[in-house]
Design a protein. Structure first.
Length: 287
C-alpha cells in the first residue's frame, strides 16, 4: 500500500486498497454548480474556503447554506451531512474549495446541517505537543452518520500533534481506516512530517509491517490502514491543518490506544501549561 498519495483530489476505498473511507476535494468556480450522486456512500460537505449552497434530492430532500470560512486557518466552519442514494448539488456564488470525506455504508440516513457553534473545540496536550481539535462529525457531537467520522486539527508552527503515537485499528478497541488531508500555511515551501509504524501486535495479527516517516506539503493526503500514527510535526514557521477522516465496520468509535513505549508522556505533562497559541481559531475567527 502506498501511504503517501501526495497532492490528489480523489481517494476511493479501491484507490486506498481498503473497504470504507474515501475523500474528494473539489473546487467550485463562481456560479458553476457541481452535481454528483452519493451512490453507496455517506459524506460530509466541509468548506475549506469560501461559502456555498448544498441541495440534496433523491432518497431525501434538503437544502442548506454553508457560511464556510476564508481559510481553514481563520475560522471554524459549518458543514453538512448527506447520506447514500442521494443527488448532491454544490453551488458557490464567489467560488469555494470543499472537502467531501466519505464512507461506504448501508443505511440511507437523512441529511443534516452541522452549525459551527455546535462543534466541540478542545486544546489537547501541553507545551510543544499542544494542538487544537475541532470535532464536528464524531460520535457524541454528531450521531447521524452510520460509519463516517471527521474532525479537524490545527497545530502551531514547531509543535507536535497526534502525540503520543496511538492507533485506532483492529488491534485496539475498534477497526478504523484513516485518512489525513494536510494543509500547510506560511508559504509555498511549507512542510511538516507524518509518522506511521506498526508494533509486534500488528505482526501477530497478520497485518503488514509499516515504518514510514513522510514529508507532507500543502494538499497532501496520507493513508493510515493500521498501526500507530504520530507525531504529525508542524515545521517551525508553518502552521499545520489536517482533516482527519475515519471509517470502519462500526459501530462508530474514536477509541484509541497509545503506543505503550510513549504513553507515559501524558502523565509527564502534569501541570505543564498548554501552548498559549491554542486554540488557533474559533467561530468568530482567529483567537
Amino acid at each position: 500500500m502506498r501511504l503517501n498519495l501526495g497532492r490528489v483530489t480523489t481517494v476511493t476505498p479501491d484507490d486506498a486498497g481498503w473497504s470504507y473511507a474515501g475523500l474528494r476535494v473539489v473546487t467550485l468556480l463562481p456560479g458553476v454548480p457541481i452535481t454528483m450522486k452519493t451512490g453507496g456512500v455517506e459524506l460530509f460537505v466541509v468548506p475549506l474556503s469560501g461559502r456555498l449552497g448544498v441541495a440534496v434530492s433523491g432518497a431525501h430532500e434538503a437544502s442548506f447554506p454553508l457560511y464556510g470560512r476564508p481559510s481553514v486557518f481563520t475560522h471554524i466552519t459549518d458543514a453538512a451531512y448527506v447520506g447514500r442514494d442521494c443527488v448532491l448539488q454544490l453551488l458557490s456564488a464567489d467560488g469555494a474549495e470543499v472537502a467531501l470525506p466519505s464512507a461506504r455504508c448501508e443505511a440511507g440516513l437523512p441529511p443534516a446541517y452541522l452549525a459551527a457553534s455546535d462543534a466541540a473545540v478542545e486544546v489537547r496536550g501541553a507545551a510543544s505537543a499542544t494542538r487544537q481539535v475541532t470535532s464536528f462529525g464524531v460520535p457524541g457531537v454528531f450521531d447521524g452518520a452510520e460509519r463516517l467520522m471527521v474532525c479537524e486539527l490545527l497545530t502551531p508552527p514547531g509543535n507536535w500533534s497526534s502525540y503520543p503515537p496511538h492507533k485506532h485499528d483492529s488491534t485496539a478497541e475498534c477497526a478504523n481506516e484513516e485518512i489525513y488531508y494536510y494543509r500547510i500555511a506560511g508559504g509555498p515551501d511549507g512542510f511538516g512530517l507524518h509518522r506511521t509504524y506498526t508494533g509486534p501486535e500488528h505482526e501477530e495479527a497478520g497485518l503488514a509491517a509499516l515504518d514510514e516517516t513522510i514529508v507532507v506539503h500543502d494538499g497532501d493526503v496520507v493513508l493510515v490502514p493500521h498501526g500507530y500514527h504520530g507525531p504529525c510535526v508542524a515545521a517551525p514557521g508553518y502552521p499545520m491543518y489536517y482533516l482527519n477522516v475515519l471509517a470502519g465496520p462500526g459501530p462508530r468509535s474514536m477509541a484509541f490506544c497509545d503506543d505503550p513505549a510513549h504513553g507515559w508522556l501524558r502523565e509527564s505533562w502534569g501541570g505543564a501549561a498548554p501552548d498559549p497559541r491554542c486554540p488557533m481559531t474559533s467561530v468568530a475567527g482567529p483567537v
